[in-house]
Design a protein around this ligand. Structure first.
Ligand code: CP
Length: 312
């Protein structure tokens, strides 16, 4: 089965069958990451551009590694150091790069909807690497792969997404992806960080963390995005940490085999204590590894044509 779509823009409109295909393909690609020579020819001749208007460590690097492992040619553009800083528009930047022969764009942008816009401008594939407050679909997919590897299922699991839901594209992709796969999604945070749109989404809403954690199979802890906060959403970081920070004591309310996840980068000591971040339940570095495999799977499924995974 191939993905019958040109672009990956979000998980809201992705079917359970498509998500299963991506996760199965990513699982099969993980073996390549353990080889002494991590190189397969499957995307030879393809050109990929990572176009990042916002900072990134994990997403950008893992897309670049995924592309290089699969023998694609990569180029990397940031706003700083490119003609964007001379005032070139997003549209002209896309058209210029497409004219050079880019087959697939990986785009991170502060504007919600920027990847949808790009997908209408270029004939090349577009993968959303995070658009404003909207979605971060590849993070949602790597989170689901990590949960599935550890719990052997997604359906029926109680997953709690904690913290700054308002500013979090990771939260939205988790909510859509996990609910399509039959998980029960709870969100928890201060009222000021729980957007009104949650009432229309398939989630249970909590402002009391202890209640939200009761029996949880997975806790996905979000970063407090201070850079996106132009007003006081909570009285102080110390108070936020006291009411919404995850520590060992709070984890006792969860299932005994709870998974602790964080998309990174972490504010250690604010939304998560260091002993939990480095503790026995944490799978945060597994998420990072799975990010490479998921991005390899997506590049293959969008551009690999008829070549089979086994041929790798
Ligand atoms: N999780 C995530 O998107 O991390 P980066 O901002 O480092 O890409």
């Amino acid at each position: 089965m191939q993905l019958q779509r040109k672009d990956i823009l979000g998980l809201q409109d992705m079917s359970a069958a498509e998500i299963r295909l991506i996760l199965e393909t990513a699982s099969s690609y993980k073996e390549i990451l353990t080889r002494p020579v991590k190189k397969v020819p499957i995307l030879r001749g393809k050109s990929i551009c990572t176009l990042f208007y916002e900072n990134s460590t994990r997403t950008r690097t893992s897309f670049e590694l995924a592309a290089k492992i699969m023998s694609a040619d990569t180029t990397s553009i940031s706003a700083a150091g490119s003609a964007v800083n001379k005032g070139e528009s997003f549209k002209d930047t896309l058209l210029t790069l497409e004219a050079m022969g880019i087959d697939l764009f990986v785009i991170r942008h502060s504007a919600s909807g920027s990847s949808h816009f790009a997908s209408q401008i270029v004939k090349s594939h577009v993968v959303n690497a995070g658009d404003g407050l909207h979605e971060h679909p590849t993070q949602g997919l790597l989170d689901m792969l990590t949960i599935q590897e550890n719990k052997l299922r997604l359906e029926g699991l109680r997953v709690v997404v904690i913290g700054d839901i308002l500013h979090s594209r990771v939260a939205r992709s988790n909510i859509w992806g996990l609910s399509h796969m039959g998980a029960q999604v709870r969100v928890c945070g201060p009222n000021t960080l729980l957007p009104a749109e949650l009432d229309k989404l398939p989630v249970q809403k909590f402002t009391n963390l202890d209640e939200a954690l009761e029996g949880a199979d997975v806790v996905n802890i979000l970063r407090i995005q201070l850079e996106r906060m132009d007003r006081g959403f909570f009285p102080s970081v110390r108070e936020y940490s006291r009411f919404f920070g995850i520590n060992k004591q709070r984890l006792r309310r969860c299932a005994s085999d709870v998974l602790v996840m964080h998309p990174g980068p972490m504010n250690r000591g604010i939304e998560i204590t260091p002993d939990v971040a480095d503790g026995e339940f944490a799978v945060i570095t597994d998420q990072v590894t799975n990010g490479v495999a998921v991005r390899m799977a997506l590049l293959y499924l969008l551009m690999g044509g008829g070549a089979s995974v086994a041929a790798a």
